[in-house]
Every structure is written in C-alpha cells, then in structure tokens.
Design a protein around this ligand. Structure first.
Ligand SMILES: Cc1cc2nc3c(=O)[nH]c(=O)nc-3n(C[C@H](O)[C@H](O)[C@H](O)COP(=O)(O)OP(=O)(O)OC[C@H]3O[C@@H](n4cnc5c(N)ncnc54)[C@H](O)[C@@H]3O)c2cc1C
Length: 467
C-alpha cells in the first residue's frame, strides 16, 4: 500500500472544503483521535477532519482520492477491534459533528439519523414518544449509531430482538471517490437488486462512509422483570441457558458471568453482593406488552434455573433493583480493563457448546500460566474471553499469539467464529483465515476493490497481510 503523506497543500484544500474549525493538525488536539478502546494501541493521524454535512464528506473523499491519502472513519471511538485506529496516519474522518436525529416517523415506526448520534440519546428520544430501539451495546452511553452500523453491534437484548442489522432499513453513504449512494429507506419490503444496505452493515468503514441511517423502531414494551441466578459451576449455568429456551420463553437478555467477572465488578462498584462466591451467575430478563405474560416468562425462567441446580433465583421488578443488577453486568468490561493488560476475544459458538468453549479456553490459558475471565451474551453463544497478563512482558509477547490461535482453533472446532459482535478490525485480522476460507476472503477483497479501487478507505483492517 503506497499512500501519500498529508501535505500543507492538502490541509489547505480540506480547510477550504470543511472550514478551519473542522480541521485539526496540532499534536495535542489530534491525540484523542489516535486510540480507541482497543488495548493500549496508539496510531497518530496526520490530520483529523470533522465534517458537518454529507456534501463535506464527499468533498473530503474527493481530495483523498485525488492525492491518494488513506481515510479512517471514526465515530464514538469505543471499538474493541481497533477499527477506528488510523494505522497508516492519513486523514481521520470523525463523525462527531454529524449528530442530528433527523426524523422520528411514528406512523411508519422509523427513525432517520446522522451517524454521530450517541446510541443512548436516540433510544431515549424514541422512548419519549412511546417507541423502542432495541440494540443496546453495553457502551451505549458513548458509542454512536454510525459505529454500531459499521460494526453490526449487538448487546444483551440481541437474544430476543436481534442485532443492529435487524433494524437498518436503509443508508445514505459516500464511496471512496466521493460519489453518493442511497440504499433502502422506509420500505419494509424491497427486493429490487442486491441488498446493498446489508452489505454495508458490518463493513467496518472499509467500503463507504455512512452519512444517514434509516432504522426500524418498535412500540415500547412497558413491562419488565430481571432475574439473577447463582450456580455452583459454569457448566450448570450454561446448561440452564439451554433449559430456559426449552421452556418456550423468549428472554430479552440471557447473560452469563463467571465468578472472577462478578467479583471484579463488585470491587469496581464498591458494593456487597449476595452469592458473589458462586462459580457463575445468569442474568435473565423478561419484557413485553402483557404483564401476565412477563410474570409467566419470569416464573418459567426461574423454574428452569432451579431445575438445573441454581443456588437461588433473585427476581427484581422495581426500577432501582433492576438497575442495580444491570450495573453489575455493565461494569464488568471496565473492571476487567482495570486489572492489568489484557486481550479480549469475542468468541461465538452454538449456544449448547458454551461449557466446552469456556473449559477449553481455560485449559489453553492455564498451559501458558495466563488467567482468563469469561462473561457475555450466553443466549447468543457469544462469550467474551478475556486473557489477563499474569506473566512478565517477554513471556506475554511470546505466548499470547500462540494461545490466541489455539483459542480460535478450539472455537472453530465447536462450529464457532472469531467475533460475534466486535468485528475483525485491526487486531483480529491475522486470525481471520482460521475461520474463513481463502475463497471467501478472496471474494470479500474483490467486493472491497469494487467499492474502493485505490484501497484508501480504512486500510489495514479486516484482511490479513499475506492473503
Ligand atoms: C465498555 C464497552 C462495552 C461494549 N459493549 C458492547 C456490546 O455489548 N456489544 C457490541 O456489539 N459492542 C460493544 N462494545 C464495542 C463498541 O462499543 C461497538 O463496536 C460500537 O459499535 C462502536 O461504535 P463507535 O461509535 O464507538 O465506533 P468507532 O469505535 O469509532 O468505530 C467503529 C468502526 O466503525 C467505523 N465507522 C465509524 N463511523 C463510520 C461511518 N460513519 N461510516 C463507516 N464506518 C464508520 C470505524 O472506522 C470503525 O471501523 C463495547 C465497547 C466498550 C468499550
């Protein structure tokens, strides 16, 4: 990849197109754009540009194409696979100022937004008019809808409601050469040609810059109950997940947390927690429009847990207690981060394979004297396996890549994949050939070259160097 550096003449063109207040070149102001939430990686862009309109995004990309300069899109910067890191410098395109909710169409149950809207801000805006946008990544207070679409983000509610792709009805996007495309829109049915909308969902900023999104909305489900069940073993908790679904219920969350995950979250929150010595906890939620049905589903879920051997089942239906239980789950990510350097693998397997996944990951880590903390969206088979650094720097550098390869090979042997929701980005790209064939990767690269022939959009992402 032979790209050009950003010269003062290119910066001047960017200022002419976007305005001086939207172009950043000094090192101190550029620094926040050099990292996201992925480990401790830092890559400085040469310039950061903050457009306000689609036309400005088009102008920026025409300049980048003319001068053969790489462009890295960035939204909330909460990504966990390094997708927003400007690995080769170049132009960092921040969607921060494209943050307007353009329309909430109640009759058609559709919301239209710019990509920089914070996910929680959108959720609260639609809730105010009795509507519901279900995708709820645990980072929803700081990630954006554009980043969610680019990563096809999930979250706890995916088990009942699906992931971001299930709500994207259309997008407006700018291609690498500055041309504008519009796909889908307010139509609930549309088979007029290839489904370009869904091709862009999860494309991690490598195919186009998304500038507008049409989201499907649902009526707000007013009733909710949260259950927390401690178990004597991870195996039992995982069996309870299968048992819950066999009851014919549809939990709106089904999260598994192993002991170390609960204990580090409890320490982070500075609170006492009953049963924090239990080997694993399941957090379950029932929601819906009928109170009777929500009560019935909660009861059936509790029954399933007790039948498999739960130590207890705590049920909460008041807002304060439900928030408290959720705060335990939501704080695990930050709590794990505060222990030591770590590497998170976002493994996903068929639901019934969770016990084998976790025991295999622990055996691999133990072989290299590493610690793991596992938790996540058990209802979807999507378990975040965090490998914590418990050895010296040199050993860590030497053994980590081998341990990761073994973990992914183990995941593949269970019918799994290397990422359920965080994407491939920069940090997983070399592992992609473990679970994807050469033909599939070759096809993906051909699609990329049709959208972006010069390869200026988010280079060094998704594809391994040698394939
Ligand atoms: C504490 C914590 C909890 C998390 N929990 C979850 C979870 O439950 N579920 C989950 O799925 N993820 C989770 N994540 C990961 C992360 O929040 C998601 O991947 C999120 O979708 C990233 O959004 P962002 O706005 O921060 O995007 P960024 O990190 O800024 O960017 C993500 C990717 O999108 C691309 N991109 C950004 N904007 C555009 C655009 N306009 N057009 C094209 N490409 C674009 C970037 O180039 C990059 O590849 C969590 C992260 C943290 C730190």
């Amino acid at each position: 990849m032979n790209f050009n550096k950003v010269t003062p003449a290119i910066v001047q063109k960017l200022i002419d197109a976007i305005g001086a207040d939207g172009v950043v070149t000094d090192a101190e102001t550029l620094r926040p754009f050099a990292s996201d939430y992925t480990e401790d990686l830092v890559f400085m862009p040469e310039v950061a540009v903050l457009p306000r309109t689609t036309e400005q995004v088009q102008a920026l990309l025409r300049i980048a194409t003319e001068h053969n300069v790489p462009v890295t899109p960035r939204a909330g910067g909460t990504g966990l696979s390094g997708g927003a890191l400007p690995i080769l410098g170049g132009i960092l395109l921040s969607c921060h100022r494209m943050n307007q909710i353009l329309e909430i169409d109640r009759e058609n149950l559709i919301g239209v937004v710019e990509p920089g809207v914070i996910t929680q801000v959108f959720q609260e805006a639609v809730e105010k008019v009795g509507l519901f946008y279900p995708p709820d990544p645990a980072s929803r207070g700081s990630c954006t809808l554009g980043g969610n679409v680019a990563e096809n983000a999930g979250g706890p509610r995916a088990v009942k409601y699906g992931v971001t792709k299930d709500y994207v009805m259309g997008v407006e996007a700018v291609l690498a050469d500055g041309s504008l495309i519009r796909t889908g829109g307010k139509l609930y049915k549309d088979v007029s040609g290839y489904n370009l909308t869904q091709l862009l969902v999860g494309s991690e900023g490598t195919l186009a810059i998304i500038t507008k999104i049409f989201f499907k909305l649902l009526p707000w489900p007013p009733h909710r109950k949260v259950l927390l069940a401690p178990f004597h073993s991870i195996e039992e908790a995982a069996r309870a997940v299968v048992a819950v679904f066999m009851k014919g219920v549809s939990p709106s969350a089904c999260e598994l947390m192993e002991r170390d995950a609960v204990q580090c979250a409890v320490r982070q929150l500075g609170k006492e927690w009953p049963h924090s010595e239990a080997a694993a906890h399941l957090l379950l939620e029932a929601d819906g429009h009928s109170l009777e049905r929500v009560d019935e589903e909660a009861m059936l879920m509790g029954e399933a847990c007790m039948e498999v051997g739960a130590e207890d089942v705590l049920i909460a239906d008041d807002e304060r207690r439900m928030r408290e239980i959720w705060s335990l789950r939501r704080s695990i990510g930050e709590a794990v981060k505060s222990i030591n350097i770590y590497k998170e693998e976002d493994t996903v397997v068929p639901r019934s394979k969770i016990p084998e996944l976790i025991s295999g990951v622990k055996a691999i880590a133990a072989k290299y004297n590493l610690m793991t903390i596992c938790y996540g969206h058990a209802g979807d088979g999507n378990i975040h396996c965090n490998i914590i650094k418990t050895v010296d720097d040199e050993t860590w550098e030497n053994v980590l890549p081998t341990a990761i390869v073994e973990i992914f090979e183990h995941t593949k042997s269970l019918g799994g994949q290397l990422s359920g929701e965080h994407g491939v980005g920069f940090v997983q790209k070399e592992y992609l050939p473990i679970t994807q064939g050469a033909v599939e990767i070759g096809l993906m690269k051909k699609i990329k070259s049709q959208f972006d022939p010069m390869g200026i959009l988010n280079p060094m992402k998704i594809f391994p160097a040698e394939v």
